[in-house]
Design a protein around this ligand. Structure first.
Ligand SMILES: Cc1cc2nc3c(=O)[nH]c(=O)nc-3n(C[C@H](O)[C@H](O)[C@H](O)COP(=O)(O)OP(=O)(O)OC[C@H]3O[C@@H](n4cnc5c(N)ncnc54)[C@H](O)[C@@H]3O)c2cc1C
Length: 305
């Protein structure tokens, strides 16, 4: 990343919200359930499963946490009614994790129980490292009663090898990603190459241990490495799936689908799009230049967006 890129990305909080909104449009399905359903139907048509996420995190009250729970219960009904090949992903802090771990557990439990009634699955996303212990604790409590629930591990965290060994033993359903949150050095690997190698190391622990893995990356090198690993282990395609975010590396996504591997696309929607969008913009290698051009009025695309 050049100094210029870094400058623009550091200034992201100062960039007007409408500009952020315009550039993050490809990453978000829209604001309503109907828009989430329409995008999911389109992706199902392209041979991709989906996981729907209602945008929002870090709420302040029990009422808001209950509101998030109710929104997910309605979303599950909408998925069933629309016949979508998909499941849901949720952020535990949106269900109350930072207020009280028991509140989050009860809210997520209701969602997982309703999902089970309709034959659906719930993925508990992983947020910043302050939430890892509580998120895994909620997951373990739920797993004692439910099979239709999974969790996420982040290859950037130094603790993850140990967590992977424990989850593999439970034959858990795990999404493995690099991890998006900026964590203190004592908790997190920083070197991109180490994070990559830790991803492959952890993936092998999970797959050899019999865990079902959602291999969540757009990094072509990791995709190749994962394909080589499942080939070496002679795993059936039902033992894992690839996962990508809406609007990211669609060409690579299609290559994976056409190679016969299962693919799930993360489809976020909702009114609370700003925090998610800012994270995506930070990860887009071309974004700094595009935003700078837009602000300076140089973008040729401007009239069309
Ligand atoms: C399905 C899914 C679920 C996730 N869930 C979580 C979670 O629960 N917790 C968590 O901490 N993180 C989560 N993440 C985010 C993840 O941790 C990474 O931050 C993100 O996927 C980028 O890592 P990467 O492996 O794609 O590698 P990178 O090296 O970041 O990206 C590889 C290449 O992909 C392209 N690319 C990546 N991002 C963008 C973008 N925004 N726009 C355009 N091109 C891009 C670029 O070409 C880049 O070189 C999830 C990711 C996915 C795919």
């Amino acid at each position: 990343m050049t100094l210029f890129d870094r400058l623009i990305l550091t200034a992201l909080p100062l960039i007007p919200k409408p500009v952020v909104g315009r550039f993050s449009r490809p990453y978000i399905a829209g604001e309503t359930v109907a828009q989430g359903m329409a995008e999911s139907r389109r992706l199902n048509g392209l041979g991709c499963m989906v996981t729907l996420d209602i945008l929002g995190e870090d709420i302040d009250s029990r009422e808001e946490a209950r509101g998030s729970r109710d929104a997910y219960l309605e979303l599950l009904d909408a998925i069933r009614a629309a016949g979508i090949d998909g499941n849901v992903s949720l952020k535990p802090t949106a269900l109350g994790l930072k207020l009280d771990v028991d509140i989050a557990y009860e809210n997520i439990r209701e969602i997982v129980a309703h999902a089970r009634e309709i034959g659906c699955f719930v993925r508990i996303d992983m947020e910043d490292a302050q939430t890892t212990d509580n998120t895994l604790a909620v997951y373990r409590r739920l797993r004692a009663d439910f099979d239709n629930v999974g969790v996420v591990l982040q290859a950037c965290l130094r603790r993850t090898v140990g967590d992977a060994e424990a989850l593999a033993e439970m034959k858990a359903n795990v999404r493995l990603c690099k991890g998006i949150y900026r964590e203190p050095y004592r908790l997190s690997w920083r070197d991109r190459e180490i994070i990559r190698r830790n991803f492959t190391f952890v993936l092998e622990i999970l797959l050899r241990g019999g865990a079902y893995v959602g291999i969540a990356t757009h990094d072509e090198w990791l995709v190749w490495d994962a394909m080589a690993l499942v080939h070496r282990l002679e795993l059936p395609r039902q033992a894992y799936e690839f996962q990508m975010l809406l609007g990211v590396t669609e060409r690579l996504r299609q290559v994976i689908v056409e190679s016969g591997h299962r693919m799930r696309v993360y489809v976020p929607f909702g009114r609370d799009w700003y925090a998610y969008s800012s994270r995506r913009l930070r990860e887009n290698p071309d974004m700094a230049g595009m935003i700078a051009k837009d602000i300076l009025g140089l973008s040729q695309d401007r009239g069309r967006r």
